[in-house]
Design a protein around this ligand. Structure first.
Ligand code: ATP
Length: 203
């Protein structure tokens, strides 16, 4: 199985690229969705979290109150490490199961934390979606109806643009219009199909 990691900073266009690859018949595994699944009610991880932090991290209907949990771990790096040590292996295992079940010519793992976690060890090829910081801020703020300050704070906490680009095998330049993005993604798709075939022939 040839696995392509797709990453980029907040609002860079990861979802836009994923959607297009899906229309080309490629299966996409979204690490954000997996990260939510492992803490759904009934999952052992949610119970462990509630035992450690108390019922204040649960909503009235027993869901994880992400905002509360984020506030706790943001203020205390020891608690953040505990939470990451609990969740990252569970997320990785579930991603591996989904990769195993995937059937397309190659499979995409889209993840904002691909390069920050050991998820990068799961992929054969890393694609980075790149934009200017000002575009990340304006596109995300208008998508989420959030303030520019909020987006700027998230951006500042993420890996730098330079470091991300350094670690890319391919870069999708999303500084232009959506039509320009589509043209690049279709070229990238051809490149990845070829790479996937080459990989399978070398086994
Ligand atoms: P996040 O990290 O927050 O999940 P993302 O990397 O998945 O974001 P998208 O949601 O794909 O980013 O894009 C952010 C916003 O910018 C969306 O509203 C999307 O429609 C818009 N967008 C993406 N690419 C372009 C573009 N080339 N021109 C204009 N708007 C764009």
């Amino acid at each position: 199985m040839y696995v392509v990691g797709l990453t980029g900073g907040i609002g860079s266009g990861k979802s836009a690229v994923s959607r297009q690859l899906e229309t080309l018949g490629i299966q996409v595994i979204d690490a954000d969705i997996v990260a939510r699944e492992v803490v759904e009610p009934g999952e052992p991880a949610l119970q462990r979290i509630a035992e450690r932090f108390g019922n204040e991290v649960l909503t009235d209907d027993g869901q994880l109150d992400r905002r509360q949990l984020r506030a706790i771990v943001f203020a205390d790096s020891k608690q953040r490490t505990w939470l990451e040590d609990l969740l990252h292996p569970l997320i990785r295992d579930r991603i591996l199961q989904q990769l195993d079940a995937a059937q397309s010519a190659y499979t995409v793992l889209v993840s904002p934390l691909l390069l920050e976690t050991d998820q990068h060890l799961l992929v054969n090829h890393t694609v980075v979606v790149d934009v200017e910081a000002a575009q990340q801020i304006s596109r995300t703020a208008s998508r989420d109806n959030s303030s520019e300050e909020q987006v700027r704070a998230i951006l500042a906490a993420q890996m730098s643009r330079e470091e991300r680009l350094d670690r890319a095998d391919s870069v999708v330049d999303n500084r232009g219009e959506l039509a320009a993005l589509a043209a690049q993604v279709s070229n990238l798709h051809q490149l990845l199909l070829t790479a996937a075939v080459r990989e399978s022939e070398s086994l």
